[in-house]
Design a protein around this ligand. Sequence first.
Ligand code: NCD
Ligand code: ZN
Length: 346
Amino acid sequence: MQKNTTQINLIKPDDWHLHVRNGKALKSVISMTAKQMGRAIIMPNLNPPVTDANGANAYREEIISALPKDSVFKPLMVLYLTDKTTSEVITQAYNAGVVAVKLYPVGATTNSDGGVTNIKNIYRSLETMQKLGMLLLVHGEVTRSEVDIFDREAVFIDEVLAQVTSDFSELKIVFEHITTKNAVDFVRESSDNIAATITPQHLLNNRNDMLVGGIKPHTYCLPVLKRVEHQRGLIEAATSGNPKFFLGTDSAPHAKTDKESSCGCAGVFSAPHAIELYAQAFDQAGAIDKLEGFASKFGADFYGLAHNTSTITLKKQDWVVPASYPFISGDIVPFMAEKTLSWKVV
Ligand code: NCD
Ligand code: ZN
């Protein structure tokens, strides 16, 4: 592809890590993703979370009925692991078409109070998943209060993930929303059963963007933005063409008032312009030709699914991200609100 590319066609992308909530919030946001993405891995951290086949089936139905009539978007359902999840529950979910199981260490992030307290508590579940060929999706942060928030991912690799990958060498694992060079190196050096998703905010921002010149609550998510060296490592991984790294927005809607608060919620909202954000990051790195693999092929390949058959077109054209969108009965502020992006889906 030429350096002066002004238009590209991509196989329709998929989002391999997405929060759409339920009820009114779901209705506010789902069509945004359905417009850009063929499929999405739907995070199960509802309140209460999706912990069994019935819950996953009901949530899938709710999502499908919230979609625009003509939409062909497909939600891919995920189970939320707890200390009490049994092998039977995992098997039933698998038989109901649930594709993956999510590990939230207890207290790691939004709605993770029911998460896992000790990795050993889920070893039987992991064994069952390994046998069935069900993927494990990992929120990779330790939550012990004495561990600095900027170190929680790196410590998780050393204390938990290295052990799990060696104890379950056939288990497919997605290390979700990675934020550090440590995670990039770990994934690169692991077997082909280990992959990672990368968000647009971790490619486009580092912790200075969040903290210099005043706190920017709409860039606050978990795992938190890290130093620029880590951002550079993530950009390098995403644009390298290595199929272990693929798109997962972690778009996580929270009302403006819940973000702009004395105890602001964690989560960045990127659903309306997800692919444009990635295009911005890839183009800035001189690697727009690497976007299609990352956005539209590698994730599906890792999950053992076919690529989408339709395409989207992105045009090089400046446009300004809206200041907000309607959300439930108020507003939501998107990532990079009021900033100019240089690619647009046409
Ligand atoms: C997510 C959310 O709001 O559900 N928040 C976030 O900061 N990413 C949860 C998560 O994926 O950690
Ligand atoms: Zn998430």
